[in-house]
Design a protein around this ligand. Structure first.
Ligand code: SF4
Length: 326
């Protein structure tokens, strides 16, 4: 059973309170999983702070679908940019299919939506997390047990036979279960297109698969080990790169602490920095600096402000050199 002393509710994000397009939490699963995937990608995103000017279609569509679940009104979503205006009709259609209980499994009432939590990690930076929805766990007698179940909404272009195994060990849902003290979580995946079956195209639009993810002590231990390890690596790489800057070493030496991974096509498609990284022809993307790129350097829930200040100074020194060359 998860230990609740690790849980600290941090910020409540009321429905519709977004001032800009939704994203993750300041130091959420994607912050760490990006480091786990590719240090160059992590550096481009969280040190230099670059983001493609035109959001990835996958991200825009998913964010629009999430926002509708959250109760954000269409006018607000449209104000996030032309990509979101474009995504709205299909996302609305998909959302109405999801909440139609004659077509898909009914959704339990939400006890909370988009509540942000910080999970302290002993000896390392914390991780933040934000379940899309939390609902009451019901016992065999149909009565609430007092525990919560986090639910995450996903959209997918296809269902894979390995979806269950993939989500069963996903750090994102494990973080949500730890934060809410849950012994189980639900990944709620809706199909957004057609797929080929037996050589024919079948209309799968709007079909839902709900995956139940169970919490285990092994998953909990492994999660904390991974976050602690990545947090240590972030500190070591930042420290060494900042020393290289101080010593006047060349930009190539500084960049070597954030190497490229050579695994550039992931679960959600091509890395948006592919052309930039490998200078293949004209760049498909233009980039801007993210105003929130360094929010991960703010202390969360009693973290040492001094340590964060040191990290921030190093990050800024490294950015100064690498933003000119990467
Ligand atoms: S293109 Fe490949 S090497 Fe470059 S940042 Fe992306 S994942 Fe890393």
């Amino acid at each position: 059973m998860p230990r609740r002393e690790h849980i600290k509710p941090r910020v409540s994000t009321p429905s519709g309170a977004h001032k800009q397009a939704p994203g993750g939490t300041p130091r959420g699963w994607s912050f760490y999983s990006t480091a786990h995937r590719c240090w160059r990608l992590w550096c481009l995103r969280y040190i230099i702070g670059l983001t493609p000017l035109r959001a990835d279609e996958y991200f825009t569509f998913g964010s629009t679908y999430h926002a509708l679940h959250e109760g954000v009104d269409e006018k607000t979503i449209a104000s996030w940019g032309p990509d979101f205006v474009e995504a709205l009709p299909a996302a609305k259609e998909l959302y109405s299919r999801r909440i139609d209980s004659t077509k898909n499994p009914p959704l339990p009432p939400a006890l909370a939506k988009e509540q942000t939590y910080a999970i302290p990690v002993p000896g390392a930076m914390s991780i933040t997390t934000k379940p899309d929805q939390e609902e009451a766990e019901l016992g065999n007698d149909g009565k609430p047990t007092g525990q919560r179940i986090p639910r995450d909404y996903k959209t997918a272009g296809f269902f894979s036979k390995n979806d269950s195994e993939y989500w069963a060990v996903s750090g994102q849902i494990i973080a949500e279960m730890i934060a809410t003290g849950a012994s189980e979580g639900v990944v709620d995946i809706i199909h957004k297109g057609t797929e080929r079956k037996d050589g024919k195209e079948s209309d799968s639009f709007g079909k839902v698969q709900q995956l139940q993810v169970l919490m285990t002590e092994d998953k909990r231990r492994s999660f904390f080990e991974l976050i602690r390890d990545l947090s240590e690596q972030i500190d070591q790489r930042l420290s060494r790169a900042a020393s290289a800057v101080k010593n006047g070493d060349g930009a190539r030496e500084v960049a070597s602490y954030f190497p490229r991974c050579h695994e550039c096509v992931g679960h959600y498609g091509l890395c948006p920095y592919y052309d930039r990284c490998w200078t293949v022809g004209a760049s498909r993307y233009l980039y801007r600096e993210r105003p929130d790129a360094h929010t991960w350097l703010e202390p969360v829930d009693g973290e040492s402000a001094k340590d964060m200040k040191v990290r921030k100074e190093r990050a800024l020194a490294v950015r100064e050199v690498l933003s000119k060359v990467l």
